[in-house]
Design a protein around this ligand. Sequence first.
Ligand code: NAD
Ligand code: IPM
Ligand code: MN
Length: 360
Amino acid sequence: MKKNILVIPGDGIGPEVTQWGKAVLEQIAISFNHEFNFDEALMGHAAIEATGNPLPDETLEKARKSDAILFGAVGHAKYDNDPSLKVRPEQGLLKIRKELGLYANLRPILLFDELLNASSIKAHILRGTDILFFRELTGDVYFGEKTRSEDKNTASDLMIYHKYEIERIAHKAYEAAMQRGRKLCSVDKANVLESSRLWRETVQEIAKQYPEVETQHLFVDNAAMQLIKDPKQFDVVLTANLFGDILTDEASQIAGSMGMLASASIGDGTGFFEPIHGSAHDITGKDLANPLASILSVALMLEISFGLKEEAQLIISTIDRVLKDGYRTSDIADDSTSPYKVLGTQDMGKLVLKFITQQT
Ligand code: NAD
Ligand code: IPM
Ligand code: MN
């Protein structure tokens, strides 16, 4: 198979982890006789520094022409510490999501048995958890009108949904539920928000087209609690952009770490694959970042964009083996780290590559 893949490393730990996602793609190409051609582009702070624009036209053009995109993360402490800066790294990510029509963000909560003790939640509560989040990605309060009064003392962000935006992601989530445990939980705040009332009405309508799927509606505050109380109750979770952002960072603790959660953003065209984590200034440049979320994002790319299930499965089973052999990055090494072999980003990446080579 011949594919053109655009790599956008971004900022902070983005380049540190994306290097290993790309290296795994290169190894998969060799092992399975595919031709993956790579190009690279700027986004975020790196792009602002080089061009003044967090999403240069050149990046967008390359993105549109590619068959899939592997992204790292954007963000820089400078902007986090100064909210008044007008041009910001995150604008690049939001714009590319909108421009490419990436309205569905799939965030699987894939829990490796070996990491049951890496979580802050008790192992018996976690065991057997397998959740797939569908986070709406191009609407909501992220993209509604933003205002600031002249005296600067009043600000607003419009939380807005159109019915078609809810319908299209609901269909995607129900289709996935049909292939999985046939349970779907839609999360909203319909007891307070009008946009959530539209969300709930629309999901109730779509649900009628999927009678085999058991549908549940939860308010987001309750859902946040239930996720920690009894994560096994969930199969597919469907939710809006902001709620999905927050709930999936919370859910990363089910999998053990932010460094374990991958995501696929899909919609009208090219698929976009990225870890759910950010640029993590606190660990940048220290060889501490867990590269497995980027490598798992590559597995999602192979399966979803290219239909290469065997290759994707090989990546997942390789990570399972690495963990079973006792290798950990520090974020997934629990309190009793001594029996483990704690590796930095580079060594973990190299080990995954070595194990993939050995198995093919
Ligand atoms: P973050 O996800 O960068 O980090 C949160 C915590 O998780 C930190 O303690 C970090 O060290 C840890 N962590 C994250 N990824 C890890 C990994 N691979 N291995 C080990 N530990 C990991 O969130 P934040 O600190 O709130 O944000 C930092 C910057 O990243 C901000 O500028 C923010 O806007 C940006 N951000 C970008 C994205 C993205 O590009 N998709 C996502 C989230 C945040
Ligand atoms: C994510 C991030 C982004 C979001 C930010 C950086 C715009 O937190 O991808 O989860 O909120 O969507
Ligand atoms: Mn987030």
